[in-house]
Design a protein around this ligand. Sequence first.
Ligand code: CP
Ligand code: NVA
Length: 305
Amino acid sequence: MKDLISLHDLTADEVKGLLELGIKLKAEQKSGKEHHILKGKTLGMIFTKSSTRTRVSFEVGMTQLGGYPLFLSSNDIQLGRGETIYDTAKVLERMLDGIMIRTYAHQDVIDLAEYADIPVINALTDLLHPCQVLADLMTAYEHKGKLEGLKLAYIGDGNNMAHSLMYGCAKAGLDCAIAAPDNYQCDAQVIANAKEDFKKSGRELILTNDPVEAIKNADIVYTDTWVSMGQEKEKAERQKVFMPYQVNGGLFAHADSEAVFMHCLPAYRGYEVTEEIIDGPHSVIFDEAENRLHAQKAVMATLMG
Ligand code: CP
Ligand code: NVA
């Protein structure tokens, strides 16, 4: 493992190893154990999109491992003014020990990883969000005591979260059901890749436009914003199309009675999820947010340690 670009690139054992290390690092942090795994190392953090959780969790995680996080907003670096990915990679690899990048085009992250001789971590593209899913799987494990054999239902846009959740479920041995409106289904290539992964795991992948079918007996109910970063102009249209996909009390009643509710955040109450659900007893959203820190420490320790 040189980079973390997509969970599809990892073996099931590599995903499980990262989750186990995340759980261990979390316990050690709670017990006050100090780490120097990344002492003297610097992580460059390139952001061309906004972030709360990702920025804070990578900065704090790097600090807790004894390293130094360097925030690089695209407003400030030359990449934002048209310097190439190639030149950026070649310069940064001379000074940094790893790069984390959040951006629009997934291909830019693939290119950066190819050109840079240091680890590159995908911190969200239009296509994928693997770090979030590592934190989500860790959270599901903490609440359910296992992952193998659980069913995760994702209701909403066939977006970066849906894609990474499919990959993550396949690698960790969960069944996965995605319900999205007809014109907002998941990317065809991601579906083809995920089907290969599910074949290997022997678990089930359900792709439907029916939220009730997807959520039936689910152990984990997941949703995400209907309007991802970069889609702001489509907001009015999307809010109309997606309303039947809102996770509310009526829909949630079809899930397992002990199901947990998850959301990567930021959330828009009254749209993709009602207050009753996101602020209710089944919600584990802030555990997911905290686990970004622990899961990404595992990623950084593995790639840069
Ligand atoms: N879930 C997530 O990635 O949040 P941020 O956009 O705040 O980083
Ligand atoms: N799908 C959302 C996830 C935000 C963490 C987006 O890309 O904006």
